[in-house]
Design a protein around this ligand. Sequence first.
Ligand code: MTE
Length: 336
Amino acid sequence: MIIKLPPKSACKESDVTPQSVYLSRRRLLGSTAVGVAVGALPGWAAADGGQYPGVSSGNTPAWLREKLARTHWDAVTAKGEAVTPFKDATNYNNFYEFGTEKSDPGQNAGSLKTEPWTVVVDGEVNKPNRYSLEDFMKPYLLEERIYRLRCVEAWSMVIPWVGFPISSLLRQVEPTSRAKFIRFETLLDPKAMPGQQSGFALINWPYVEGLRLDEAMNPLAILAVGMYGRELANQNGAPLRLVVPWKYGFKSIKSIVRISLVEQQPKNTWQAIAPGEYGFYANVNPQVDHPRWTQARERRLPSGLFSPNVRETQMFNGYSDEVASLYSGMDLRVDY
Ligand code: MTE
């Protein structure tokens, strides 16, 4: 991955969405009568989504609007850290299917058609199935998880996701005793995803990621269908993405169409491209540098060129209490 300077559009510290404004908007969403379109909400809530390219407003299917309105807010918070402005979370993205510049996904991901959407669950499960997204989501209540997101490129954000634990899905589909890993696959659709047409030839599409089964069972690991109290923006991986906050952002695969339970450790996309730089585990670790840059610090966005918002990176991105035991006895310099 390439490190780039912040775009000229990076906001100032004063532009950060005040937590109180975000919270009050969220409460409004929570108390909104079922069936009212998220895009029809008054105030900054509707306006801020509508004005960004690639961020749909009002196209959310009714079943998802209803589900979002019943979200259990504040299920996990980032302990007082400011939520990254929606503007930055939807305009500074990595989604190589839509281009390699940070602004490309925001500009190009409008071509992604997220409705209808099919999700296949297969492999080592007692209950394999092919679902419409609505049926796939039916058993699960949505929860809000405000998580730090730390990219391997040394920038970070704080994002309020809306999703459900992968452990709930695994209980539904019943992995067999042979299942040791879970493999995720992004949509392959070169017509809608210009980056897949050849552009970034290094990637053997579709984008693939994986977790060990016990990592996927950790309560912090979620599948997200929303952010900032609304549906996921296309550039952030609509309509379904993985979020594993103790790992570098590249593990959080977007626009998932296939979830397979497998015996062997899957080869994830970035590991396949540069195995000396990106591993399977990709746990956030300030003590293990990337071969080309330090991982000890990160730029918390928004971060201006003249007032960089730099902070120390935390082990497991600050989630050690919840996940360190998954790796006891492992050498994290070898299994990076
Ligand atoms: N998923 C797919 N399918 N394609 C990608 O290029 N980029 C990854 C990850 N998921 C990527 C992906 C990387 S490198 C990061 S840092 C995060 O998405 C960025 O998520 P965000 O754009 O929502 O911040």
